[in-house]
Write a protein that binds this ligand. Structure first.
Ligand code: SF4
Ligand code: SF4
Length: 397
């Protein structure tokens, strides 16, 4: 009760207004949904050419060729049976491509979750004018866990794998080699996810991405605490993530490998979990490995692999809301560094320009004895509720 009883009237107004706004955003998305569900197109046979089949699947001939493991230079007019494609292979490909047609409602749910996270972090997490002696009551975990459950349950299992932030990033590059039917739609989808990342430090990853949420939920289980104290060096995880990204570009553009249009991330896409369909063993292994590792390592897929994780890390430099450290109050006690599951807090306290990913998880916001760490707009200075004077320094352990 302590947290709820200490919220001010203004904060209750924020809470009610945000709940209404979130519901309104989702309701608009619901109202804009096409009423009839898209069915898997019928009547597609191997007697048809790539040019005839592709529009029925809302894809390009090149994308279809790539899915059928044909070179991008394959004739678009030849019946696919003459290209060595069996009826079974074609049917499986049709089902797979149809599964990519996501629901637009999901964009609205993503936006609602990010809005909720932003208001919680900037307005609601900390009762107004509460002193730092009460900091352990700030930012209760329940709203975050609820957001994660909605992200995984609704943005994942209920609404399927598409769209998602990782796909939004990958499709942008696929469009550059003709693998996407509508370039403006792909650019808009990417800009949507990028904009959510700019609104608040990786908020879309931290609060809305379904696979990020699943990893976060597994990591939140009270297990393997000693392992969790060890953090992966950011220079290592980010080098692997960036290296994979560069390799993806080289393969996609045919600079290496000789298979222009090959998408490296396809075989390790964990979002297939949300359609309960694994086209390859590597996809299943990626999901299992990421979730098992999440017991002791924070968001391993995000840290080591996800291309949107890399892009949103770059975008953190221009995020409008983020963790802020007041260096005049910081006594270098190391409490936030120990609370942070990554090296983000360590880098922020050190004032590093290229700090490690911060997922806006709020763990560091409840531990600072001198009230030096807060979450807010880059345009505001200090929150008005910081009332306690800085404490004496405590040596880092
Ligand atoms: S980095 Fe993680 S949370 Fe962000 S889009 Fe990728 S999988 Fe989702
Ligand atoms: S604990 Fe780390 S990741 Fe979480 S909000 Fe603080 S700095 Fe960011």
């Amino acid at each position: 009760m302590g947290y709820w009883s200490k919220l001010s009237r203004t904060q209750y107004a924020w809470l009610a207004g945000t709940a209404v706004a979130m519901c309104a955003v989702v309701a608009i998305g619901w109202a804009l949904q096409p009423r009839s569900k898209e069915a898997i197109p019928e009547g597609i046979t191997t007697a048809m050419s790539l040019r005839e089949i592709a529009p029925r699947l809302k894809t390009t001939g090149k994308a279809l060729a790539r899915e059928l493991e044909l070179p991008l230079s394959t004739s678009m007019r030849t019946p696919v049976s003459e290209l060595g494609i069996s009826e079974q292979t074609l049917n499986e490909t049709v089902v797979h491509l149809a599964s990519h047609h996501g629901t637009g409602l999901k964009y609205f749910v993503f936006a609602a979750l990010v809005l909720g996270g932003l208001v919680f972090l900037t307005q609601l997490g900390r009762p107004a004018d509460s002193p730092s002696s009460e900091r352990r009551r700030w930012y209760p975990r329940t709203p975050y866990i609820l957001a994660l459950l909605v992200a995984a349950g609704v943005c994942g299992f209920a609404l399927g794998k598409s769209p998602n932030p990782m796909e939004g990033a990958v499709k942008l590059f696929k469009a550059m080699v003709g693998l996407q039917p509508s370039v403006p739609a792909v650019v808009l989808a990417f800009m949507f996810f990028a904009a959510l990342a700019v609104v608040g430090n990786k908020l879309v990853c931290g609060w809305a991405c379904p696979f990020g949420a699943l990893q976060e939920l597994v990591y939140s289980l009270p297990l393997l605490r000693s392992l969790k104290r060890r953090k992966v060096p950011f220079v290592l995880s980010n080098s692997i993530r960036a290296g994979l990204f560069v390799l993806m570009l080289l393969l996609l553009f045919g600079v290496v490998g000789g298979r222009r249009g090959f998408v490296l991330y396809h075989g390790i896409n964990p979002f297939n979990l949300f359609n309960l369909e694994f086209e390859s063993l590597s996809m299943l292994l990626t999901v299992v490995a990421a979730l098992v590792l999440s017991l002791g390592v924070y968001r391993p897929f995000c840290q080591f692999i996800c291309p949107f994780g890399l892009i949103s890390w770059v975008l953190e430099r221009v995020s409008l809301n983020r963790i802020k450290v007041d260096h005049s109050r910081c006594n270098q006690c190391g409490s936030c560094i120990r609370a942070c599951p990554l090296e983000a807090a360590k880098h922020l306290v050190a004032g590093k320009l290229l700090a490690a990913d911060c997922y806006s998880c709020a763990r560091c916001l409840t531990v600072c004895p001198s009230d030096a760490i807060s979450y807010g707009s880059v345009f505001s200075s200090r929150p008005p509720s910081l009332t306690q004077p800085p404490r004496e320094g405590v040596p880092e352990t």
